[in-house]
Structure formats: structure tokens, C-alpha cells
Design a protein around this ligand. Structure first.
Ligand code: ZN
Length: 1082
């Protein structure tokens, strides 16, 4: 080394001796505020950059000739139907409506001579609502959203020939967010909105002006948002002022000069995707996305069009911008596209093959995860992944739920069993009590399974790709100790749309800034979500962990709102479970019976659709519930038809009444049943046994089994008693519940159970969604009217009480106690008929119990989740209203009380008071939510010991009642009742194992829909889980001729072979494990 010479730069010699003029420091506030004046509307727009955006505009005839056909009512006709009608002349300035109507425009375009050679020609169409451009021959080309959201359609080159060219525009009279009446978008829609066609013109855009607009926008943001103690902020400020000073109105060349100055800050590559080729390490990964709520402030029918509009746009943008990668979820929306817009579906498919359009999520819709049953979650993945696999050749690796209202604790396990080990959401950033502490972490299920979870730190799934979004991707990143990368999910959404060209241009400049001046986290485009997670997966071991549910500290009202929809969901889940089990048994037993797979698939797809995260939670407009009511009605209609056929093939038919000798009970639960069943108006029988069809035997009272008794006491109270329980009902409430075997009073002295309470229910904003913590302070007990005898039979006694809520609302409550059945835990059953016409009030029923524990247990999918009964910390307090499925339980060592329900999901346990949430009455976005009559059932089940199988099984039995049937002509009870059930699960140790699902294999050649290759022979799939959280061993015994048993995942891929001997194989599950077995039949 050596020999280098150092040349000192000499100061210039001409540095003047005397200061020629005063030079001041920029007064930064003023110079900063000046920037937006350069490109904003208002008083400057004719003298700033906006005045140079276009090089020419042609509107009106002969360049743009418009005619229209108004589709009748709220119909949404197809292209062929629409264009077959006569169109009448119309013009810009005309109004169209009302809300939800459709108008088809024929636009004949002729580019004027002086615009033909311009660089960029676009049609600018603004109907202030949504629209779709169609080609003359019926191809959907591009979606439009009015109000300036997305109003440009680039004219094809062929339109520059000076001739007339026809296109059609399908106008939908709703905005991106439906038809809210004013500025408050969640108010019920205005049925009478009209929309003005404010623009329909051919525009020659000045590309330099357009590019400069984005330049100054982003550098202006740097001047506004970078810290003032950074040189990068000062540099941005001087660059912007340099641009503004170089601008000369009317001088196109000055635009080029301005852009040259902007280059000093942005670098020279921002005009193309080349900007991403600098080779420098990026940390923020931009992914285009378009959140389309399958229904919300608009009905399902509009969503079908939203998908076509939004995704056509993305295909167009991909042609223009090679760096755009786009991820989109919800198999259901792809299916709609395939059926209704095959042209767009083919375009999407091509982009999928190119690796730029990424089907993501693996589920049927972006569903709620609090309320659906375990099996429903399984089917979301099964139907979703099968759709993706059969249409795009691959399954998804990432579960994608950016907008759902909380995430239940078994999701990681179910994701892993569905081929996904990644999960994306961001909704927890909406928590209004505690800040969720991680951005990237391992999320761990009840059974210990984990997925890598990422919550984009920009805290949105509809980012506008602002400078600030990129900046926040680092500044709000909470997992920087482990990893500094993040996803930026950008594109217009909720009502569809996706990225716009502005978003992509802005991100190019953000990248330019990072590589030129620095400070801004370096954004990259062109990767997929899977690429992003691939890198995280390498360092997964070092990521922090979060065990259990991702409880959402907001939207707690969604466990209760739209009660009828939730009842339908529960009923549909029960119906499908029962039917699949019975149809499996029937199809194996009787070869002439065909397992109705297609019907089941249709039913499931309907139920899964209604589990969408604004439908089942109750946060949609009234129209959506009219739709879901109709969807469920069809599900139940198909279901009852199928049930008839199944049981006919088993040799029976349903009856209303029969005799002990001639009747049977249809059972769908997988354990030894022993229960009462009504066989006529005044007579009950005992059902005892295992299998689908069970014999009846006579119910008779005896000295030891005195049946149920009712007694009116001298103080006017009633005593309901059987051999297990003594229930005192006083003024409609239960003032004593005595467990004879345990010698224990359950209701604390002086307190009342089954007490109705009502709360003021005015949340901070989101009415249908939220119940706020302060509602608890407004509790008022309802007093009851007179209690009367309702039923006094040997096998059941009951009393009925009227409770007035207000002048308009009341409750009729029947409290019943049945005769106890030996070996079975008795419970108090309550059924209520509520007439409900309230405003912003919340009805609950409460049960103070003499049990003390700092934790209560709630049934969740395939398990139990524990939550605090106290408010020690803000995290405990945040769970003041939680989700449960069929039961909630408060147990101390040795004893506990469970509250069962048949259609409810909201619950709270405050100290020793258990409270089941019944009905809410929000007025937005559905002004009539929950008004009318409701039938709700619940039960109080005291039990000895801690929460155990008694509660799990009684909760099943409460939801899956026995049905009465009789053999059809020509067969006898003895012939139809099998001596042993075809498949039987016995537990070796505890009774926590549940055989939840019995169904036929998806791809069995005799049942398959054919979307994936069929498999030879017949198979039966069993899903078994541990319901209580411990090691659970047992045995499955089957009478079927089984040749092979495999343990599979939820997608029914065979993972390992299980040894079967003499028709028996062993089950050995870990705590809360969900296991699936496939039995191949001979
Ligand atoms: Zn959503």
C-alpha cells in the first residue's frame, strides 16, 4: 500500500468579501403548508398543477353518445338480457336510481382528430356509484367506482381510428359502502338514493403532469411526516419548494424540469418497476389486496358483481405494472366468478398461473371464528382448500382473516391440519382497552399446535399505500427484537376495489426515497405473501409465543346480535351433523341408498357462506338477513327431505305419537343414551341404548323413582321435585335449587336465579357490533307476574310465568323439571318465548350460584376455554362479555354448575354470577334487528365434581334431541333396531372423547362431486376429539367390514396407517386434540 496522494480541495477563490444580500432560513411551517396548495383542488386548481393534468377532453355528442336501459326493480340482469332491450337517449347530468337499481348504458365513443395522437387516452366515467365497463361483445373489462375513487378506463389503441366504437357501462346504484343515507356509513341504507352521472368523457392525459402529481404528493409527505430533526425532512422541504418554483403554468417543458428536481429526492428509477431492482435489502413487503365483504352494507348479489369489477381491475393493472402481486381470499367469491363471469375467471386463472394473482386463505369465506362449531371451521377449510386445489392446482398455505372479530383458540390446530402454517390478521389493532403486544409471533392452540402469525404494523388491510403506511410499517412494528420485516396490505377494500394505479406509483416513490435519501423503511413489491412467510419460517423458533385465543377487545355484541340468524346457524350445524351420520350408516347398510353428497355440499356451502364475518356476527344490513333467512330455509327444506329418505331406507318414518311397543327413537349421539321421550300428549317412554335407532321401554314411577312432582307452597311459591333436585320457584325466579345427592344448595341465600336483567346498550359507535363495558352499570332486574302451573305429568312438571319488559315487550317462561332417569344427572330446563320490541337495550338472564372460582369455562370449538371471573387487570376486565357455545361452566373443586343453551353465544361470569346473553336491540346497520318473537331454551345443570363429561354430553343432548319414529309398514321394531351400533367409541379412562362427525370420504367414487380425482371403493371418515383437555385413550369398534384405517388430516389426506384388529382400533389423543380417521370399507 502507499503512494496515494491527497489533494486538498481548495475553497473557491471568488468567495465574496461582503455579503451581497440577506438570506433567511426557511420558515418551515409556511413552506411546508405551501406544498399541498400546489396540487389541491379549490381556489388554486386553475393555476396549479391540476390545471395541466389533461391535454384535451372530448365530451358530449358526437364524441360520447349515451343511451340507457333501466333494469326493472332491483333486478341485476345479465349482459345478454340487458342489451336485448331498447336503449333511450341520455346525457351527463341525468340522475339514476333508486338505491340498488341497475342501469345499462350504451356509450358510442369517437375520439376527435386532435386527440388521436396524444400519449394516453382514457374514458373518465363518474356516476357517483359503482359500475362495470363491458365490451360490445359482452366481455366485462373494468370496474368503476364513482366519487373519484376509480373513474378511468384506458381506451384501447383500436379506438384511435376516428371511427365510432361501442361499449356498455353497467351502473349499480350503490356506492362502495352501499347506500348509507349520509356521512355515517353504518346507518341503515336509504332506499331512495339517486345518483348523478357527472362525467363521461374522453380525456387525453398528460403523463408528465400525472407523474409529477405523485412525486410532489410523496415528497410532500416526507416533508410533513419525517421528523424535523432529520436532514431528510429538510431535504424534502427544499425539494418540494424547488419543484413549485420551477413550475410554469401552461409550459409542458417545465413539468419535465420539475420532475428532474424531484429526482434528487426520489432517484431516477421511479418511472418503472426497475426502482425495485437496486438489490438493497427491503423490510416492508407490499401486497395488493382487495377486501370484499361477502355481504355487509350491501347484499350477496352485489358482492358477486363487486368481485368481477374488482378483479378485472387487478388483471388490467397487472398488465400495466409488472411489480403488482395481488392476494385475494374467499373461495366462494372465486366460485361466483367462475359461474357468472367466466371471462374474468379465465383472466384471473391466467394470472394465477403466472404467479401474480394469489388465491389465499384456504377457507370458503372469511368467516367468523367465535360462533361456528368446530366442524364448521373444519368445513370452511375443507371446502376452501378443495376449491383452490381443484381450480388452481394448489392449496393455500396462509390462513387469511384480516377483518374477523377475534380468533378462537383451536384455529392453529385446525390450520395445521388443513395444510396451513401461517396466519394473517390485523383486527386486534382495534382493541379499545389493551394494545396487543406483538406483530410477528407463534400463535399456539389449546392442543399446542402453532402457526406463525403476522399482524401488519400499518394496522390496516386497506392501506392507501401512503408514505405514512410505509413509515408505520416500521414505527409500529412490535416484534423488532426478533424480526424487522412486515407486510403492507394495500388496496381499496371492504366494499372491494383493490389497488389503484396511484397506490402502485406511490410505492415506487417510497422505494425511491429509501434508496436515494434513506430513513423511510425500504418497501419491496413483487413478492407473494408466502415468500414473506417463508423467510419468517426460518427464524420461527426465535419468535415469541401467544397461547390461547386472540380475544378481540371490541365487537362483543356480535355474540348476540341477529339472534334468529344465530339460531339458524346452530340448527343447521346440528342438522348437517345428524344427517351425515345417518346417511353414512344408511349408505353402508343399504347399497340402494345413495349418500346425498351433492345436497350436503350445497347445504354446507350455504351454511359456510352465512358464517361470513358480517353475516353470522349480526353486523349486516336488513337485506342480508332476508337473504340468509331464505338460504337457511332452503337448507332446512333439503334437510328434512333427506332425513325422510334416510330413515325410510332404515325402515322407519317420523311420527308425532306412538306406543312403547311400536315406537323407536332416532338417536345421533355416539354414547349410551338414557333419556325420556314424549310418545304422546301425556305419556313418556325411556330410551336406552346405543345406535341410530333405539327401542323404547315403559316409563313407570316407583317407590325409588317417584317421577316428577309439583307442589304449591303456602307462600304461593312452587316446588318442583324429582329424585335428584328440588327447585323452588318464587315470583318467576328460582330461589332455591337443592341437589339431593350432593346435599347442597346451589342458589346463595336471598338471591334469585333465572332472573331476567336488562341493560342500557349504547356503545361508543358500532351499534350492532359493540356492547361497552359501562352497560354493566345500568343493570336492572325485571320483576315477574304471576306464576302458574303449566304441566303436571308423572314424567315432567312445569310452571309458566309472564314477565313484562315494557309496554311492547314481554317474556313467557316455562321452567320444567323432568323425572330423573337412573344414572343421569338431572337439570332444570327453561324455555322462553320473548316478544321483543326494544331500542338499544340488552336482555340477559342471570344465575347467581354458590360456587367460587377465579376462572369460568366456556365451550369453544373442540374444547373448552377458561376466562377470568374477576377484573384484576385490564386484560381480565376486557373479557366482560365472552363467547361460549353449548355451555358455560363455573366449577370449584368438587362441584360446579353448567348453563346449557340451544342457540346463544354471549356469556359473562362476574364473580359467582353467571349471565347468559339473550337479545340486543341495535338500530344500525339494521333498523329492525331482532325485533319480533324469539324462542330460546337453556338449562341449569348442577354437577358433582369439576367440569366433566356430564356437561359435555348433556350439552350435546340438549341440542340434539331424540326424535320419535315408527317402523314403516312391513317391518317391525325388532327388525329395524340393530343389536349393536356399526361404529362405537369407548373410552378407556375418562369419558372425554367425543365422536363428533361421521361422514363418507370426500372422493369416494360413489359419492364424489368429481372436483378432484375419485378414489376406488367406499370409506367412512370419523372425527374424534378430546373435549376436556387431558390425555384421552379409547377404542373404536366397528361392525363394518373395514380393510384399512388411516389417520388423516382435515382434508382427508392419509397420513399414517392405524392397526385394526377384530374390527377394533385404538385412539390415543393429547389434550384437546382433534383426530380424523378414515375407514376403508371392503
Ligand atoms: Zn370485512
Amino acid at each position: 500500500m502507499g503512494g496515494e496522494t491527497y489533494t486538498q480541495k481548495k475553497p473557491r477563490s471568488e468567495y465574496p468579501l461582503r455579503a451581497p444580500k440577506p438570506v433567511g432560513q426557511l420558515i418551515s411551517g409556511i413552506y411546508r403548508d405551501r406544498i399541498s396548495q400546489f396540487y389541491s383542488r379549490g381556489q388554486w386548481e386553475h393555476n396549479n398543477l391540476l390545471a395541466m393534468m389533461n391535454e384535451g377532453v372530448a365530451s358530449g355528442e358526437p364524441h360520447v353518445q349515451l343511451s340507457v336501459w333501466d333494469a326493472p326493480g332491483q333486478s341485476r340482469p345479465s349482459f345478454d338480457d340487458a342489451v336485448s332491450h331498447e336503449f333511450k337517449k341520455t346525457s351527463v347530468g341525468s340522475w339514476f336510481g333508486p338505491s340498488w337499481s341497475t342501469h345499462w348504458f350504451k356509450a358510442v365513443l369517437k375520439v376527435p382528430e386532435d386527440l388521436r395522437d396524444k400519449r394516453l387516452l382514457e374514458l373518465h366515467w363518474d356516476g357517483n356509484n359503482e359500475g362495470m365497463v363491458w365490451s360490445e361483445d359482452g366481455k366485462p373489462l373494468q370496474g368503476l367506482t364513482g366519487g373519484g375513487e376509480r373513474v378511468e378506463w384506458v381506451l384501447p389503441e383500436s379506438f384511435r381510428d376516428g371511427k365510432e366504437h361501442t361499449i356498455y357501462v353497467e351502473m349499480a346504484c350503490n356506492g362502495m359502502f352501499g347506500n348509507a343515507p349520509g356521512g355515517d356509513s353504518i346507518q341503515p341504507p336509504d332506499p331512495n338514493k339517486y345518483f348523478q352521472l357527472s362525467r363521461a368523457e374522453i380525456v387525453a392525459v398528460n403523463p408528465d403532469a400525472r407523474q409529477l402529481y405523485i412525486d410532489i404528493w410523496i415528497i410532500g409527505d416526507a416533508a410533513r411526516e419525517f421528523p424535523s430533526d432529520s436532514w431528510e425532512q429538510h431535504k424534502a422541504l427544499t425539494t418540494c419548494n424547488g419543484v413549485i418554483e420551477a413550475f410554469e403554468l401552461g409550459n409542458k417543458e417545465s413539468l419535465k424540469t420539475c420532475r428532474k428536481i424531484a429526482e434528487e429526492y426520489l432517484g431516477s428509477n421511479v418511472n418503472s418497476a426497475k426502482v425495485y431492482d437496486s438489490g438493497k435489502e427491503p423490510v416492508v413487503f407490499g401486497i395488493g389486496h382487495c377486501h370484499i365483504d361477502s355481504c355487509w352494507l350491501w347484499p350477496f348479489a352485489e358482492t358477486k358483481r363487486k368481485a368481477a369489477r374488482s378483479w378485472s381491475n387487478q388483471c388490467n393493472l397487472m398488465d400495466q405494472y409488472p411489480e403488482l402481486n395481488f392476494a385475494c381470499s374467499q373461495a366462494q367469491q372465486y366460485k361466483w366468478l367462475k359461474e357468472l363471469y367466466p371471462y374474468v375467471f379465465e383472466r384471473v386463472k391466467k394470472k394465477v398461473v403466472e404467479g401474480r394473482f394469489h388465491p389465499i386463505g384456504g377457507s370458503w369465506v372469511e368467516h367468523d371464528t367465535n360462533l361456528p362449531s368446530g366442524e364448521s371451521l373444519v368445513r370452511q377449510f375443507l371446502y376452501g382448500q378443495r376449491f383452490y386445489e381443484s381450480n388452481f392446482g394448489a392449496r393455500c398455505q396462509t390462513f387469511w382473516l384480516p377483518d374477523t372479530f377475534g380468533y378462537s383458540s383451536q384455529l392453529p390446530q385446525l390450520c395445521r391440519l388443513s395444510g396451513m402454517n401461517r396466519f394473517l390478521t390485523q383486527k386486534l389493532s382495534w382493541n379499545n382497552i389493551n394494545k396487543f403486544p406483538h406483530t410477528t409471533f407463534n400463535w399456539v392452540s389449546l392442543d399446542g399446535s402453532q402457526v406463525i402469525c403476522h399482524m401488519p404494523p400499518a394496522e390496516t388491510y386497506t392501506a392507501e399505500a401512503h408514505f405514512g403506511d410505509v413509515k408505520r410499517s416500521m414505527s409500529q412494528h412490535k416484534s423488532l427484537d426478533q424480526d424487522n420485516t412486515s407486510l403492507l396490505v394495500f388496496g381499496k377494500g371492504d366494499g372491494g376495489g383493490g389497488p389503484t394505479w396511484q397506490h402502485i406509483e406511490k410505492l415506487r416513490r417510497c422505494r425511491g426515497i429509501s434508496d436515494t435519501v434513506g430513513l423511510l423503511p425500504r418497501v419491496h413489491m413483487g413478492n407473494s405473501v408466502d415468500d414473506f412467510f417463508d423467510k419468517l419460517e426460518i427464524k420461527a423458533d426465535s419468535l415469541v409465543t401467544w397461547y390461547g385465543e386472540l380475544y378481540f377487545e371490541l365487537h362483543r355484541g356480535t355474540y348476540t346480535t341477529q339472534a334468529n340468524n344465530k339460531l339458524n346457524n346452530r340448527r343447521a350445524e346440528v342438522t348437517l351433523r345428524d344427517l351425515e351420520l345417518l346417511a353414512t350408516v344408511a349408505s353402508v347398510k343399504n347399497k340402494s341408498y345413495k349418500y346425498p353428497k351433492k345436497e350436503f355440499d350445497d347445504m354446507w356451502e350455504s351454511v359456510l357462506l352465512c358464517q361470513f364475518h358480517d353475516c353470522l356476527p349480526g353486523s349486516s344490513i336488513e337485506m342480508c338477513y332476508d337473504d340468509s333467512d331464505a338460504i337457511y330455509a332452503e337448507v332446512f327444506q333439503t334437510g328434512s327431505k333427506i332425513l325422510k329418505e334416510i330413515i325410510k331406507s332404515l325402515g322407519v318414518s317420523e311420527v308425532k305419537s306412538t306406543t312403547v311397543a311400536e315406537g323407536v327413537a332416532i338417536n345421533t349421539l355416539p354414547w349410551h343414551r338414557k333419556a325420556l321421550i314424549d310418545i304422546s300428549e301425556n305419556e313418556a317412554a325411556v330410551v336406552c341404548g346405543e345406535g341410530s335407532l333405539l327401542k323404547l321401554r315403559r316409563f313407570k314411577t316407583s317407590e325409588e323413582e317417584p317421577g316428577a312432582r309439583l307442589q304449591k307452597l303456602s307462600d304461593g311459591a312452587f316446588l318442583l321435585e324429582n329424585s335428584g333436585l328440588k327447585v323452588k320457584v318464587e315470583a318467576g325466579c328460582i330461589t332455591s335449587l337443592y341437589d339431593k345427592a350432593a346435599d347442597r344448595e346451589i342458589i346463595p341465600k336471598g338471591q334469585k336465579a333465572n332472573q331476567y336483567v336488562i341493560f342500557d346498550d349504547k356503545p361508543l359507535y358500532w351499534q350492532a357490533w359493540d356492547v361497552e363495558v359501562y352497560h354493566l352499570d345500568t343493570r336492572k332486574g325485571l320483576s315477574c307476574g304471576e306464576t302458574k302451573v303449566h304441566e303436571e305429568k308423572n314424567h315432567r312438571v312445569s310452571v309458566v310465568t309472564e314477565t313484562k319488559i315494557s309496554d311492547k315487550s314481554s317474556i313467557e317462561t316455562v321452567i320444567s323439571l323432568s323425572a330423573s332417569v337412573a344414572g343421569q344427572q338431572s337439570y332444570v330446563e327453561v324455555s322462553s318465548k320473548v316478544t321483543w320490541h326494544e331500542t338499544m337495550r340488552f336482555l340477559k338472564v342471570e344465575f347467581p350460584v354458590d360456587v367460587r372460582s377465579s376462572e369460568a369455562s366456556y365451550e369453544t370449538q373442540f374444547g373448552v376455554v377458561k376466562r377470568p371471573t374477576h377484573y384484576n387487570t385490564s386484560w381480565d376486565m376486557a373479557k366482560f362479555e365472552v363467547c361460549c357455545h353449548r355451555f358455560a361452566d363455573l366449577s370449584e373443586n368438587g362441584y360446579g354448575v353448567s348453563i346449557l343453551n340451544d342457540c346463544k353465544y354471549g356469556f359473562a361470569t362476574q364473580g359467582s354470577t353467571m349471565r347468559l346473553s339473550l337479545l340486543r336491540s341495535p338500530k344500525a346497520p339494521d333498523a329492525h334487528a331482532d325485533m319480533g318473537e324469539h324462542h330460546i331454551r337453556w338449562a341449569i345443570l348442577p354437577h358433582q365434581g369439576y367440569l366433566g363429561a356430564t356437561t359435555v354430553r348433556k350439552a350435546f343432548e340438549f341440542n340434539n334431541p331424540l326424535r320419535l319414529a315408527a317402523p314403516i309398514a312391513g317391518s317391525s321394531v325388532a327388525q329395524v333396531v340393530a343389536s349393536e351400533p356399526p361404529v362405537r367409541l369407548t373410552s378407556d379412562s375418562s369419558t372425554s372423547l367425543v365422536l363428533d362427525t361421521v361422514k363418507r370420504g370426500e372422493d369416494d367414487e360413489d359419492v364424489s362431486r368429481g372436483e378432484l380425482p375419485t378414489k376406488k371403493g367406499r370409506s367412512v371418515v370419523l372425527r374424534i376429539y378430546d373435549s376436556l383437555g387431558g390425555r384421552a385413550r379409547g377404542t373404536v369398534a366397528t361392525t363394518w367390514d373395514v380393510t384399512k384405517v388411516s389417520k388423516t388430516n382435515l382434508l382427508e389426506d392419509e397420513l399414517e396407517e392405524v392397526v385394526i384388529e377384530d374390527g377394533k382400533f385404538a385412539i390415543d389423543l393429547g389434550p384437546f386434540e382433534v383426530a380424523t380417521f378414515k375407514l376403508q370399507l371392503a
